[in-house]
Design a binder for this molecule. Structure first.
Ligand SMILES: N[C@@H](CCC(=O)N[C@@H](CS)C(=O)NCC(=O)O)C(=O)O
Length: 202
C-alpha cells in the first residue's frame, strides 16, 4: 500500500497511526499539497492529503473513508465496534476531532498570510470552534462515551488533533480545565505508533 501525504498533516498522521497499529506495511509517498507542482491531484482531485493507494490499484480519500476502508480489511486490533450504531457514534467523535484539525489548519493558514491581510474575526471564529469542540470531547470522556484508555478511530483522531495543536501552537492553553483529554492524549502519545509519527521539528 502507498500512503500519500505530508509529515506535518494531522489527517495523514491519523492514517499512519492506524496502519502502524494494524501492522500493515506501507510506503510513504511524501507530497506536500501546498507546494508548487505537487502531485496530489493524481490521487485526489481535491488536492488534499491523505490518499491511500492499495496494492490492487484502488485509491481512497479522505481520511475518514481511508480509516473505514482499513477497518473493513478486518485486521486486528479492531478500531470500531462491530455494532453498526455504536460504530457510527465512534465515527461521529472522529468527525468532531477532524473538525478540530480543520479549524486548527484554517488558523495556521490565516496566520501564514501577510499580517495586514489576516482577519482577527476569522481567527477568533476558528478558535471558538476548537474550544467548543474540545469542551464537547472533554464531556464525552467524562461521561464515558469516549474512553480515554481505548484505542479507537476516535481516540486516535483526538490525539492527532491535539498533537497538531501542540505542534502549531494553536490554542496553547487547551489542557487547562480539560483533565480527561490530558489523560487521553497521555495514553495515546505513549504508544509507539505516535512516537513514530511525530511531526518534524520545523
Ligand atoms: N477532510 C480531509 C481533510 C484533509 C486536509 O485538509 N488535508 C490538508 C493537509 S493537513 C490538505 O491536504 N490541504 C490542501 C488543500 O486544502 O489544498 C481528510 O480528512 O482527509
Amino acid at each position: 500500500m502507498k500512503l500519500v501525504g505530508s509529515y506535518t498533516s494531522p489527517f495523514v498522521r491519523k492514517i499512519s497511526v492506524i496502519l502502524l497499529e494494524k501492522g500493515i506495511t506501507f510506503e510513504f509517498v511524501n507530497e506536500s499539497p501546498y507546494s508548487e507542482n505537487h502531485g496530489v491531484t493524481q490521487y485526489n482531485p481535491l488536492g488534499k492529503v491523505p490518499a491511500l493507494v492499495t496494492d490492487e490499484g484502488e485509491t481512497w480519500f479522505d481520511s475518514p473513508i481511508i480509516a473505514a476502508y482499513l477497518e473493513q480489511l478486518d485486521i486486528a486490533p479492531a478500531l470500531l465496534p462491530r455494532d453498526a450504531r455504536a460504530a457510527l457514534k465512534v465515527r461521529q467523535l472522529e468527525a468532531l476531532a477532524d473538525g478540530v484539525m480543520d479549524a486548527a489548519l484554517a488558523s495556521v493558514r490565516e496566520q501564514a498570510r501577510p499580517a495586514e491581510q489576516q482577519s482577527e474575526a476569522e481567527l477568533l471564529r476558528q478558535r471558538e470552534k476548537i474550544n467548543q469542540s474540545l469542551d464537547a470531547l472533554e464531556g464525552h470522556v467524562a461521561d464515558g462515551s469516549l474512553k480515554a484508555d481505548e484505542l479507537t478511530i476516535a481516540t486516535i483522531a483526538v490525539a492527532c488533533a491535539i498533537g497538531y495543536l501542540n505542534f502549531r501552537r494553536v490554542a496553547p492553553g487547551w489542557c487547562v480545565d480539560r483533565p480527561q483529554l490530558v489523560k487521553l492524549v497521555e495514553n495515546l502519545f505513549s504508544r509507539e505508533s505516535f512516537a513514530r509519527t511525530e511531526p518534524p521539528a520545523s
